[in-house]
Design a protein around this ligand. Structure first.
Ligand SMILES: C[S@@+](CC[C@H](N)C(=O)[O-])C[C@H]1O[C@@H](n2cnc3c(N)ncnc32)[C@H](O)[C@@H]1O
Length: 228
């Protein structure tokens, strides 16, 4: 596998958003987070997110915050040999997800998505995924949305940016969601989304792109953007 490219220093609060993904958490993530928490707590089964991948992944794909690589391993790429690049702040995540798709020889970049990505001047992608990433990032939605500014220069015209995020407001929470939101936002929790609303997410996307769609499924918003 390609060696991970080095990281620029990130703020403590930003590092905290990626730190919970230890090897122990990653070993139970697929079963527990994707298999139980997503459908039962957030009301959005992982297959719904996988369908979003299947609709949008291109032959040159960039995955921001790939986690365990569960989606990358299953996504229906339009070619048997897609070019993959994975970006994460957590080295353990890059190794786990990168290992899962090692046969595709992904490029691994240890980067903070809230800073310019510095992936190479001529590098371009047909698709960019940011699945369940925004709710980990600190700050206001305006600050979180700078991730769109950091990836757009790398997207080919006509390319797709897609993903999902758990929101606190403007979505349809089930019975278990309010308490889970509170617990997962505590000092050591992986989430940072108590102020995240559908209206703010939509305003940030609409301020940058003309062609987009946002769908709400339970506590989550799923967005699909075409870059013009
Ligand atoms: C909730 S997991 C989502 C994993 C995967 N996309 C999925 O849907 O299963 C969030 C991922 O974002 C990464 N992450 C969190 N903050 C980050 C940041 N500022 N820059 C880059 N990656 C970050 C975490 O390390 C983790 O891999």
């Amino acid at each position: 596998m390609t060696a991970t490219e080095p990281i620029a220093p990130a703020h403590e609060e930003v590092l905290a958003g990626a730190a919970p993904y230890t090897s122990r958490i990653l070993s139970t993530y697929d079963t527990w987070v994707l298999g139980v928490v997503c459908p039962m707590v957030w009301g959005c089964p992982r297959d719904e997110m996988l369908r979003q991948y299947d609709r949008s992944v291109g032959a040159r794909h960039l995955d921001l915050g790939p986690g365990t690589g569960w989606f990358l391993e299953r996504a229906a790429f339009p070619t048997l040999t897609p070019e993959l690049a994975l970006v994460d702040l957590n080295e353990g995540v890059l190794q786990k997800a990168g290992g899962r798709v090692a046969h595709l020889r992904p490029r691994l970049f240890r980067r903070d998505v809230l800073a310019p990505l510095d992936l190479g001047e001529k590098v371009r992608f047909d698709s960019v995924a940011m699945n369940m990433l925004i709710h980990c990032l600190p700050g206001t939605m305006a600050h979180k949305a700078t991730v769109f500014d950091h990836v757009t220069p790398y997207v080919e015209p006509g390319g797709r940016i897609f993903g999902s995020t758990v929101l606190a407001e403007g979505v349809r929470h089930g019975r278990l969601a309010p308490k889970a939101l509170k617990n997962l936002n505590d000092a050591k929790g992986p989430m940072n989304n108590l102020d995240d609303s559908l209206a703010d997410l939509e305003a940030e996307i609409a301020g940058r792109f003309e062609d987009f769609r946002i769908a709400v499924r339970g506590s989550m918003a799923l967005f699909d953007i075409t870059v013009r």
